[in-house]
Write a protein that binds this ligand. Structure first.
Ligand SMILES: C[S@@+](CC[C@H](N)C(=O)[O-])C[C@H]1O[C@@H](n2cnc3c(N)ncnc32)[C@H](O)[C@@H]1O
Length: 326
């Protein structure tokens, strides 16, 4: 809630303050406005840890923050996101749903543990289930680290080849799969999904759980909003297109390809799918999962406010024989 806290205190600051004083003011404002800490405790405890020479200032500012009514200048400040994040989600979901999504993601995340002990958001569990892996099948997880979906798919008894471009992250998949155990097998491999080392048609199913801006996971990664850049949307959408195009060839005819992202921008979901529809008419879209998922172009979206999960988009296709000349 950094931006919101800064707004609350800046109303009462005449000039810039040094970083450690700013930290104390943010901490105090957070306790007052968002954590439900009684005002006397929030002010006195914060003053006690502020740099000694700034204690008078911190005390005076926080007392005023505690008392003054708040008139937010705009929704992005109130929701404490960069302007572009609200703009991007509003363009994608509409303004009301975008505000509701961000408000929902400012609430603490619940912890959901699978039967095998792996902690995984329900939305991610549903994406893994949507791949439909079965015992004895060969399933490719193109972007697998840290291995949440790979281990879930392997729990059906499938062989999951779990690739990730970064060797250290592929090792993380290995470690997580060993820890979780289960009936299936996970083969963790360092591999670039845009230039995959696998034979065409080698897999019954493939999942591209693609690198994305992650704007559906702000509940779990609240600081992400300050690190991700607007220019990443287009860059990552381009990477997603290349990953999907490569993965489509690796699925056998009649096999299933799933494309998912844990973000809510159109460029990284329906935009990529529209491109894929033109590029690969042999990929036949499949019906969306049941509510709380909602239809989203040819796929589905789960907005965070629908069920208190991460926000995700999901597209499922079956590969049909390519028509001659098509
Ligand atoms: C959204 S995360 C995957 C999460 C994972 N499926 C899970 O459920 O635990 C995306 C991953 O893609 C990997 N990645 C990025 N570029 C890639 C590429 N060209 N080929 C394969 N993996 C890539 C990143 O290292 C990151 O681990």
């Amino acid at each position: 809630m950094r931006r919101a806290c800064d707004f609350l205190v800046d109303r009462f600051l005449a000039r810039p303050v040094e970083a450690r004083v700013r930290d104390a003011l943010r901490l105090g404002a957070y306790q007052l406005a968002f954590a439900g800490v009684p005002p006397h405790a929030a002010v006195s405890e914060t003053v006690a840890v502020a740099p000694r020479r700034a204690r008078g200032l911190v005390n005076a500012v926080l007392r005023r923050v505690a008392e003054a009514p708040v008139d937010w200048p705009d929704d992005a400040t109130r929701l404490s996101v960069p302007d572009w994040v609200l703009d991007e989600l509003a363009a994608s979901l509409g303004p009301d749903r975008a505000r509701a999504a961000l408000a929902s993601m400012n609430e603490p995340a619940t912890v959901t543990e699978r039967a095998d002990g792996y902690v995984q958001d329900p939305a991610s569990q549903q994406v893994a289930a949507a791949v439909g892996a079965r015992a004895g099948e060969r399933v490719l997880d193109v972007c697998a680290a840290p291995g949440g979906k790979a281990t879930a798919m392997a729990s059906t008894g499938a062989l999951v080849v779990a690739g990730d471009v970064r060797p250290g992250r592929a090792a993380l998949v290995r470690a997580n799969a060993d820890r979780v155990g289960g009936p299936g097998r996970v083969a963790a491999v360092a591999a670039d999904g845009t230039a995959p080392p696998w034979l065409p048609g080698a897999f019954d199913r493939a999942l591209v759980d693609a690198p994305c801006t992650g704007l559906g996971t702000l509940r779990r990664r609240p600081d992400l909003r300050w690190r991700v850049e607007r220019s990443s949307v287009a860059r990552l959408a381009d990477l997603q297109r290349r990953l999907l195009l490569a993965a489509a060839d690796l699925v056998r005819e009649g096999g299933t390809l799933v494309y998912s992202v844990c973000t809510l921008t159109r460029d990284e979901s329906t935009g990529v799918d529209e491109w894929l529809a033109a590029e690969r008419p042999d990929l036949e879209p499949q019906p969306p999962p049941p509510p709380p998922w909602e239809p989203w172009g040819r796929g589905a979206i789960l907005v965070p406010q629908a069920a208190g999960t991460d926000g995700m988009c999901l597209f499922r296709y079956v590969r049909r024989p390519a028509r001659a000349g098509g």
